[in-house]
Design a protein around this ligand. Structure first.
Ligand SMILES: [Zn+2]
Ligand SMILES: [Zn+2]
Ligand SMILES: [Zn+2]
Length: 162
């Protein structure tokens, strides 16, 4: 990312989700998408399993993910994902929305793992939201299509204040 003020390359502030310019001290705070992702500019060296676009780094509830700016899918670490969901649900400020019925046709779609290339497993997510997820057990990765994280966060449940 280049500085909107002077054009110099900006650096990501360590441990944070915003950029600073060493030359003119401009700050840039990336906006959050409707799927709770703050999109950062750094490529992560992996391609989108769905549309093959290069994934960039994103931040969801302070956790780093891979993000596809074209199809808006999210590649997350399986271990940290539960914490991400817990945080987003506890912070939710909009009323809960009953999720759409499970899209069973998604079970027939097989995507390659962006990291190891093997076909990912497809199964229902055992949390709120009625979504079908793609996971790679070897790489501990989980792929979420656009809108799926919102379905998880917006679904009603006791861990949600509204
Ligand atoms: Zn600058
Ligand atoms: Zn994509
Ligand atoms: Zn893998």
């Amino acid at each position: 990312m280049n500085c909107p003020n002077c054009g110099a390359p900006m650096t990501l502030v360590p441990g944070h989700d915003y950029y600073t310019c060493a030359y003119c001290t401009t700050f840039v705070f990336p906006e959050q998408t409707e799927d709770h992702v703050r999109v950062l500019a750094e490529p992560v060296g992996l391609s989108c399993p769905l549309c093959k676009h290069a994934l960039v780094a994103g931040s969801v509830a302070g956790t780093r993910v891979g993000y596809c700016a074209r199809c808006r899918g999210i590649l997350a670490n399986r271990e940290s994902f539960a914490g991400v969901v817990r945080t987003l649900r506890s912070r939710a400020k909009t009323p809960a929305i009953d999720p759409q019925p499970v899209k069973h046709d998604q079970l027939a779609r097989r995507l390659p793992c962006p990291q190891c290339g093997r076909l990912m497993d497809v199964h229902p997510y055992y949390g709120p939201g009625n979504i079908i997820i793609d996971t790679c057990g070897a790489c501990q990765l989980i792929w979420l299509d656009h809108g799926e994280l919102s379905s998880v966060v917006d679904a009603p449940g006791r861990d949600r204040r509204r």
